[in-house]
Design a binder for this molecule. Sequence first.
Ligand code: GRF
Length: 189
Amino acid sequence: MRIVVLVSGTGSNLQAVIDAVKSGELDVEIAAVGADRPDTYGVERSDEAGIETFVVNFNSFETRAEWDTALRDKVLSYQPDVVVSSGFMRIVSEDFINAFGGKYVNTHPALLPSFPGAHGVRDAIAYGVKVTGCTVHWADAGVDTGPIIAQEAVTVLPEDSEETLHERIKVVERRLLVQTLADLAAAPN
Ligand code: GRF
């Protein structure tokens, strides 16, 4: 199974995927890693790992639609079986997702459908939930919507800040993402 991974930030989930591929635990080929902005640590990590990288800079396009098409064409050029949004902080269009037969996986640091959006961890703490977690799902063109593939719960501790809770969620999220990709690679359809 060939994947293209999209990142916007530090790419620690991506690093877990890279490590699992390197160790042989995960039998997928990372065809490329792409970002929506320059100078992400996610792209730097991939360069260091010898993986092909690209940037389709959101801010270099007049409209979202032009950016979306350029990103779609770039990702299509790698012919992935699955596209992975791993800390990719942009919504893509239905056209984009259809170009990959709907095979667009996203990870989210909350138990969807609770707390979608860019601040899933902060919003869960603000609401006062005692349990949150992470979700790996098939993404559609909505904000963190689409069929759920896997979820795991994480307990919120009274002393948690957004940072400490997100760090614990990400430990689980990395494992869940690697496991999900392994399952998809074993049974691609
Ligand atoms: C993850 O928790 C992801 O679900 C969220 O942002 C975080 C990305 O972390 N959207 P990283 O870039 O993989 O370190």
